[in-house]
Design a protein around this ligand. Structure first.
Ligand code: ZN
Length: 130
């Protein structure tokens, strides 16, 4: 897995984070089933419930382009150790992946990185019964 195009896209998106409340800028990039990369930053709101994470913004962008199957995810933050996606984002990625081994790379500004999978981070997603 060549992570560098995804990491570069996530880093570029992070530059556009709107995080005046948390000051926690995040960039995320998804490699989709057609080989395209969709990246986004987190966008906060003065009403905290309206803030949206970079991962979910990136997934919404990909889904809005007609894509449904993320193949890999890179997330860039300034945190040490590198921050992992939150629970909401894990559930959102679960909605759109059939591959529970979806690779996820978290990386920080210093280049510290951890490679994991959706199954590892989120072993029991919610799904509607039936
Ligand atoms: Zn999140």
């Amino acid at each position: 897995m060549d992570w560098e195009p995804l990491v570069a896209a996530a880093r570029a998106a992070r530059e556009h984070a709107y995080a005046p409340y948390s000051h926690f800028a995040v960039g995320a990039a998804l490699l989709m089933e057609d080989g395209s990369i969709h990246a986004a930053a987190n966008v906060e709101n003065c009403i905290p419930a309206l803030s949206v994470c970079a991962e979910r913004n990136a997934m919404s962008a990909a889904a809005s382009a007609g894509l449904r199957l993320p193949q890999a995810v890179a997330v860039v933050t300034g945190a040490t150790p590198p921050a992992r996606p939150c629970g909401l984002c894990r559930q959102t990625l679960s909605e759109f992946t059939r591959d529970r081994d979806l690779p996820i790379l978290v990386i920080n500004a210093d280049g510290d990185r951890e490679e994991t999978t959706l199954a590892e981070l989120f072993p029991q997603p919610f799904s509607l019964p039936g």
